[in-house]
Design a protein around this ligand. Structure first.
Ligand SMILES: [Zn+2]
Length: 210
């Protein structure tokens, strides 16, 4: 299994390509920007995108999704509770002082417990509201891998001061749905360096004080 993460766009959103060499299929998570670069990498890896997953509806994570869908034909999946984020894309763009990217309603919702398949690997959607109401993480248990969006960062957690944010709820999501995962689980956050569940359980100042 190929797991490749690289930051895209001015806010350096971590875009992740999960690729299965045997079937040549890939899942792309959070293609926020730099779609040309993502497409080039997919070609180099000889991967064909089967699904585009969006961890939440913030501009830096979803901004390039429609472009990638048009290039690949792959469906876009995002939790339905973040439709409000798509509907205020012009506002999100104005906050950053950038042009409003074209978006479209997702082709399906990422609901809690929903199964994902990539080759022989099985993933599961974990709904973790708090950063936004539709924030999700993607967990591949056998690979011990969690793609966490903006819910959990190395040494930090997602901000909750934007529309749809709720601090009590993000803490509840992290404690009840993420910190219960095996400590060796590698975490790919939505921004910044990678970490593990064990490290965050032990050292994350937002989480150890409860
Ligand atoms: Zn965000």
């Amino acid at each position: 299994m190929t797991v490749e993460t690289f930051p895209v766009g001015p806010l350096q959103c971590n875009c992740t390509i999960l690729g299965d060499e045997a079937t040549g299929e890939a899942i792309v998570i959070d293609p926020g920007e730099e779609i040309g670069r993502i497409e080039r990498r997919l070609k180099e890896l000889r991967l064909k995108v089967k699904q585009i997953l969006i961890t939440h509806g913030h501009i830096d994570h979803v901004g390039g999704a429609l472009k990638l869908k048009r290039l690949t034909g792959a469906p876009i999946l995002m939790n339905e509770n973040d439709m409000m984020q798509l509907n205020m894309m012009d506002k999100q763009a104005a906050w950053l002082g950038v042009a409003t990217p074209e978006t479209s309603a997702p082709d399906g919702s990422l609901t809690n417990g929903m199964k994902l398949e990539l080759g022989v690997e099985q993933g599961q959607v974990v709904h973790t509201p708090g950063h936004t109401q539709g924030s999700v993480c993607v967990h591949f248990a056998a690979m011990k891998l969690l793609v966490a969006g903006d819910t959990l960062f190395r040494g930090s957690i997602g901000r909750t001061d934007l529309p749809g944010g709720n601090q009590r709820q993000i803490l509840e999501s992290i404690h009840s749905r993420l910190l219960v995962l095996p400590e060796e689980t590698r975490v790919i956050p939505g921004h910044g360096p990678l970490t593990t569940i064990g490290e965050e359980r032990q050292d994350n100042p937002f989480l150890v004080l409860r």
